[in-house]
Structure formats: structure tokens, C-alpha cells
Design a binder for this molecule. Structure first.
Ligand SMILES: [Zn+2]
Length: 273
């Protein structure tokens, strides 16, 4: 499933190729998604310049001259830019947005993603799904003072508070395990029992894990125009995730796995408490 780092890498790649380009056409091959895709997208976007693409959580907000799109990659979606000369349509290539000789192609086998049209940017940003999101992990709003205050309000396990998305968005399952390891916090610790100092370490760890994943993703997608669909995660050097029964890289103790809210969570019983 595409996580925040992949969505951010997608955003950067799209912007690098398409910013300030005019939309000259659209080909809609499928309209049934989590939200229906407008079949008349070509008329709606024709001749409008793509001014910018913003991100909130795993949503991208595309800002055109007079309208906007909100897109989500769902479970299996990808968005890639191709030179029009190269394109052969594959199964599950549901939408092309055409920008002169470049094509943005949306591919989504499971169709849990969507591309939603809005007549202006205000209505796009007012979408209810965007209103419910917690703060951006890489923004200054996500700081130890804010995070400590939010965690005081709940006795849920810290793993749950991190992954729910109502305090901070985009910390997916792998990033939860990795951040908690870096901060030395056991994933089942009650959120309101963690000291200020340790919350501060966790805040830094979340930023570090996500930032390094984005950097790694950016480097793998250098040639974005012809990039193949990448799936999911860029953390190649996990400390704990997926390493059950293997020695901790810090202390040698064997890594353990527990289920929290039905999701696998990995930790070092010696380094995390
Ligand atoms: Zn350890």
C-alpha cells in the first residue's frame, strides 16, 4: 500500500515534470472508484495550467487555474509520467491526463483510490476527508509540545496513537515500529504514561524515519518519466520491522513480534521499554 513517503515522492516527481504545463486532454477508461471519476474530465480541465500539487496526509491536491483535483492512491494505485511516444495502455491504466507530449497515467488494479474533481481549490480543501486529518509529521506543527499534549489525552498504546492518523498523519505500520525502536519506547506503552523527554525523542524519530524514506524513494525514482510502478516502502534497512527472531542491531537481543489492533508490530525487548 502506498504510504506517505511514496505519495510525497509521487508528488515531487509529478511536479518536476508537469508544473506550469497546460492540460491538453484526458482519457477516462474507468469511472468506478472509491469516488466516481467524472467522465467529462477532459472538458473540465482543458487548457488549464497545473499550478501546483499540495499534499495532506496521503491525499494530493492538484491546483489548476480554475479548478482542482483531489487524488488518493488507495491500496494499489500509482501515478507516473510518460512521454506520449512510449505509451502502450496496460490493464488497470484507468486515466491519462495529457499535458502536451507528456502523459500522467493513473494505474490502480484494486480501484480503492480516486481522482475527484472540484470547481475551485476552496471546495477541494474543504473535502471532509481532509478535515479529519491530524497534523503533518514533517511540518513544524508536529513538535514535542503538541505531541505530548495530544498523548496526555489517551491511554491507548502508543503504537495505536501513532497509526490512527487523528494526531499525526502518515505514520504507517512499518514507520511506527521503526520510530518506536529509535526512540526506545515499547509499542504497548500507554500514551499518557510517556515522559516529555521520551515524547520528544519519538517526535524526532518519526521525522527521521519518514524523511529518510522520502530521500531513499526520491533517489530510486530519479528517472521518473519511465519509472516502473514502485510498491510501498522505501525502508531498505529496517532495524526491527520484519526481523522477528533476528538479533537487534544495537544489543543482539532477538527481535519480537506482537499484534496490536491486528497489525504486526516489531520491537526489541531490551532496547524498548
Ligand atoms: Zn536491542
Amino acid at each position: 500500500m502506498p504510504e506517505l513517503p511514496e505519495v510525497e515522492v509521487t508528488r515531487l516527481g509529478l511536479l518536476r515534470k508537469l508544473k506550469n504545463k497546460k492540460c491538453t486532454g484526458a482519457v477516462v477508461r474507468e469511472t468506478r472508484f472509491r469516488k466516481p471519476l467524472r467522465a467529462d474530465l477532459e472538458e473540465l480541465l482543458f487548457n488549464q495550467t497545473l499550478q501546483d500539487i499540495k499534499r495532506r496526509g496521503k491525499y494530493l491536491i492538484w491546483l489548476f487555474d480554475r479548478s482542482a483535483l483531489v487524488t488518493h492512491l488507495g491500496m494499489s494505485g500509482s501515478m507516473r509520467v510518460y512521454l506520449q511516444a512510449d505509451v502502450e495502455v496496460q490493464k488497470h491504466d484507468h486515466l491519462d491526463l495529457i499535458f502536451g507530449d507528456l502523459i500522467m497515467r493513473y494505474h490502480d488494479p484494486r480501484r480503492f483510490g480516486f481522482v475527484a474533481y472540484f470547481p475551485d481549490k476552496e471546495s477541494a480543501f474543504a473535502m471532509p476527508e481532509l478535515q479529519r486529518l491530524g497534523v503533518e509529521p514533517l511540518s513544524e506543527d508536529f513538535n514535542s509540545k503538541f505531541f505530548y499534549g495530544a498523548l496526555r489525552q489517551t491511554s491507548l498504546p502508543i503504537k495505536t496513537s501513532l497509526i490512527r492518523g487523528d494526531i499525526v498523519v502518515g505514520v504507517g505500520n512499518i514507520y511506527c515500529s521503526e520510530s518506536l525502536f529509535l526512540a526506545g519506547i515499547h509499542p504497548k506503552t500507554k500514551s499518557n504514561r510517556i515522559s516529555k523527554k521520551r515524547v520528544s525523542a519519538l517526535t524526532d524519530a518519526v521525522k527521521e524515519v519518514l524523511q529518510s524514506s522520502i530521500e531513499l524513494g526520491g533517489s530510486t525514482l530519479r528517472d521518473f518519466v519511465s519509472a516502473e510502478g514502485q510498491s510501498g516502502y522505501y525502508t531498505l534497512n529496517n532495524n526491527v520491522y520484519g526481523r522477528e527472531g533476528q538479533p537487534c542491531k544495537k544489543c543482539g537481543t532477538l527481535i519480537k513480534k506482537v499484534q496490536i489492533d491486528g497489525r504486526s508490530t516489531f520491537y526489541c525487548p531490551h532496547c524498548q521499554h
